[in-house]
Ligand binder design. Sequence first.
Ligand code: ATP
Ligand code: MG
Length: 284
Amino acid sequence: MFRRRNKRKSSDPRELAPDPRWQPRPASGRDRPPDPDNRMIDLEDVHLSFGDNTVLGGIWLEVDRGETLVVMGGSGQGKSTILRIILGLLEPDSGRAYVHGVNVSHAAQEVLDEVRRQIGMVFQGGALFDSLTVGDNLAFRLHEEKKHDENEIDDLVVEKLSFVDLEPKVANLMPAELSGGMRKRVALARAIMGSPKIVLYDEPTTGLDPITAETITALINKLRDTQSVASIVVTHDIGAALAVGDRFAMLKDGDIIFEGDAEEVLATDNPDVRSFIDARMAGA
Ligand SMILES: Nc1ncnc2c1ncn2[C@@H]1O[C@H](COP(=O)(O)OP(=O)(O)OP(=O)(O)O)[C@@H](O)[C@H]1O
Ligand SMILES: [Mg+2]
C-alpha cells in the first residue's frame, strides 16, 4: 500500500513563516538552550502506522545547522520513513515535522515545494534517471524551475561535480557508465545543486568498498564544514556512521531507544546498540 497525500488546501504564503506553535526543544545531549535560527529539523511526537504496522510510535528528533545526526536501526524500522516525513512525502498520523520552523505535516503543496527546495536528498541507490546524461540529471530540477539560463546551469553542474571531485567531462556520461562510487558522488552532486541548507542521506555508502565509502563520508563532512549543512544520515554502516556523526539515534520498534555522541555510542551497554556495532565491526 502506498499512502498518497490528500489533495491540498490552497497555498498561504504566511505558512512559510515559522509556525507560532513551534517551540524548539534543546537537542538531546546539549545543555545550551535551542536557538531557533539554527534549528533546521524538529520531529515532535511523530506517530505513523501502516494498517496494523506501527512504524513510528512517538519520535522526537532535532538537527541544528552544521550538524550531522546519524539514524541507525535494522531493516524495516522506519529510517527511510522518517526522511519521507521530513520531505513531506508522507504525513504522520499525529505529531509534527518542522523544517526550519515550518510545519511540513499537512502543509499546502506550494509550502512543500518551497521547503523541498531547501532540502537535498541522496536516495538509497542513487535514483538517477538512467536515460539522461549525468549533466541532465544534475540540471533536471533547475530546468523545471526555469529560473536559470543554460549557461548558469552549465556552470552550476561543473561546480557541483567539482565539489564531489569529478571532472566536468563526467557530465557527458550516462549513469550506466558510472562506477558505484561515482554514482553516489553524482547523486550527492545532484542533491546539492540548489545549495540546500539541509541534506538527507539514505544509506550513502551501502555497497561501496571501504576506501570509496571513505571518499563519500569525507564529502558529507566537507559539506557540513564548508556550507554549515544540517544532515541526517541513515546508515547500516557503523564505520560510516562514526566517520560523519555528531549525534546518533537508534530506532527500534517505533521508538528511539538510544541517543548520544560517538563516545557514548562506543561506551554504551545498550544491548541493541552493542550488537549493531559489534556485528558491523566484525564485517557482517
Ligand atoms: N508506503 C508504505 N505502505 C505500507 N507500508 C510501508 C510503506 N512505507 C514503508 N512501509 C513499512 O514501514 C516499515 C518501515 O519502512 P522503512 O522503509 O522506513 O524501513 P527502513 O528502516 O528504511 O528499512 P531498510 O533499512 O530496509 O531501508 C516497513 O515495515 C515497511 O514495510
Ligand atoms: Mg530504508
